[in-house]
Write a protein that binds this ligand. Sequence first.
Ligand code: IMP
Ligand code: MG
Length: 181
Amino acid sequence: MNKMNCDISAVLFDEYKIQTRIHELGLEISNSYRGSIPVLIGILKGGFIFLADLARSITIPIEVDFLAISSYGSNTSSSGVVKIRKDIDIDISGRDVIVIEDIVDTGLSLAYIKDYLWQHKPASLKTCVLLDKPDAHKTDVTFDYIGFSIKNEFVVGYGLDYAEKYRNLPFIGILKEELYR
Ligand code: IMP
Ligand code: MG
């Protein structure tokens, strides 16, 4: 048995559920952007697996770039103070941009990212988040495509980490509280 599985109290979304939802999102995005070549910007590190799967569910041409940010705070909550660690390489001015983010908790990171990317004058800027914790929002950030809404619990797997671990779990699960409290 996988050693990491012992640290999970419950599986929220298994591989099948995740892939089914991502295919629906891929179809929706393909239909909405027909005739355009959108730039998908994956937010590192948490969004890397989501972007990899979503990109392959999209049937129109796309370009891919990454933005790496770090937010300062404790390991399980965001402070909203964001620092850019790796900037985008593609010139997005006049382009249709879709931000691909793993999870919206307080919403502070995504609000910062949207402000930052608007400064590059894209033609449009939409956001696609795999998970949303509506009860944890501290700002009225909005997004356009969403995988699943979840309760205010700390989750790991499928790109999401706790202290850099668990990103490679193929499912999304709740981390046992005693491991971080
Ligand atoms: P926000 O700025 O509070 O919305 O936090 C966003 C970032 O915090 C996400 O992109 C994740 O990297 C991290 N984060 C928030 N909630 C969780 C969680 O439940 N598990 C793992 N990472 C999380
Ligand atoms: Mg993230």
